[in-house]
Design a protein around this ligand. Structure first.
Ligand SMILES: *Cc1c(COP(=O)(O)O)cnc(C)c1O
Length: 392
């Protein structure tokens, strides 16, 4: 017997993610709840999904699809995804070797980064950026190289010439996001051509976050990198059913990538997640047989966007363009000189409408006098928020 008295102290742990704390989304949602504010902060719908989608999942459970599926994803879902990409964007991925189902887009993004970024490799990230990119790069030991979008009167744009100068022999990966959260901008064919010029003749890979692929407005097209054979050959393309089918809580998405990249992706996926819940996969696959729900999505959200923009048109906010996503960015310089975080807190506690400061999407908290509203809400929710915002 060892009689040494034991200590109940937990050993000290040196954090692997020193820059990570409570996210602004959590803080603003808590503040919104505390003040009874309309929550246009965090990006999720306040309305339900199609009942038919729930029925398909329920049928899958009753049909016995309840055990581990294949590591790469249930075959019917991988086939439905490959067929959809082929019909929309004209690129035929092999369902067996080039499509992998993931537990949401966030897992796909992190896994893609972990499978290709070695310690010391540089990853170019365009800011403002979705909040999961930098922690994933940090876990991989990668070095983020930040390139800020330009903000001008007519919105945001990617400074490709500047991005080209950020490329070094250590650049392993460039992350892009179109349609773009938080700015609502979309890449155009000229942007993609500029990106192709930058990576041509290099070993640089691309991670393309396309979770808002079906939220592009005014008859414009989503410029998926899968449309561009030269770029598709070096890209991981990520999407999410949570965004497309109004089920952000289901956490189901996928990555499409050439076989050699998918093989490396799957090595990490296999020992991190292994596989994604079975009935959801079969249910989504059956639901995808009808393309109408995602083909109707641009019109569905464009109407909400227009309702929200029209309601703010006479207000003291200045609207930035909103070509894609379900976010609307606004300037508030005519109302306040506060920092974005202070202004968002004031909006939430005093005006009772929650927004997200765009500075939260910059590693160094860059201030532009802009906040982001989410318009993926019921019309009544939007009208209530608009009445409050227009009265400022
Ligand atoms: C919502 C979102 C994701 C994450 O999608 P999940 O499927 O919920 O993990 C990834 N990227 C962007 C830009 C997003 O807005």
């Amino acid at each position: 017997m060892n009689n040494t008295p034991y200590s109940s102290q937990t050993p000290a742990l040196q954090t692997r993610l020193p820059a990570v704390g409570t996210t602004v989304f959590t803080r603003m949602s808590a503040l919104a709840a505390q003040h009874g504010a309309v929550n246009l902060g965090q990006g999720f719908p306040d309305f339900g999904c199609a009942p038919a989608l729930i029925e398909r999942v329920s049928e899958a459970m009753h049909a016995g699809h309840n055990q581990y599926p294949l590591m790469t994803g249930a075959a019917p879902l991988r086939e439905a995804i490959a067929a959809k990409i082929a019909s929309l964007y004209g690129h035929r991925y092999d369902a067996a070797t080039e499509i992998t189902v993931t537990a949401g887009a966030t897992q796909a993004l992190t896994t893609a980064i972990l499978c290709c970024v070695h310690p010391g490799d540089e990853v170019i990230v365009i800011e403002p950026a979705y909040d999961s990119y930098l922690p994933a790069i940090a876990l991989a030991g990668g070095v983020p190289v930040l390139v800020a979008m330009e903000v001008h009167e007519h919105g945001y744009s990617v400074p490709w010439a500047k991005l080209a100068t950020a490329v070094t022999p250590k650049t392993r990966l460039i992350i892009i996001n179109t349609p773009h959260n938080p700015t609502g901008t979309i890449l155009r064919p000229s942007d993609v051509a500029a990106l192709a010029d930058i990576v041509r003749g290099t070993q640089i890979l691309i991670l393309s976050d396309e979770v808002y692929e079906h939220m592009v407005y005014d008859g414009q097209q989503h410029v998926s990198l899968s449309r561009h054979p030269e770029l598709a050959a070096r890209s991981f393309i990520v999407s999410s059913f949570g965004k497309t089918y109004h089920v952000t809580g289901w956490k189901i998405g996928y990555v499409a990538a050439p076989a050699s990249l998918s093989a490396e992706f799957r090595k990490v996926h296999q020992y991190n997640v292994f596989t994604v819940n079975t009935p959801m996969q079969h249910g989504v696959a059956a639901y995808m047989a009808d393309p109408q729900p995602y083909l109707d999505l641009p019109a569905f959200y464009q109407r909400k966007r227009d309702l929200f923009r029209d309601g703010l048109a006479g207000s003291r906010f200045t609207l930035l363009p909103a070509d894609g996503t379900y976010f609307q960015c606004v300037r508030y310089e005519a109302i306040s000189q506060q920092s974005e975080a202070q202004f968002a807190e004031w909006l939430t506690s005093e005006i009772k409408v929650a927004a997200i400061p765009v500075s939260a999407f910059y590693a160094q908290g860059k201030e532009s006098g802009i906040v982001r509203f989410c318009f993926a809400k019921q019309d009544d929710t939007l009208r209530l928020a608009l009445a409050r915002l227009a009265a400022i």
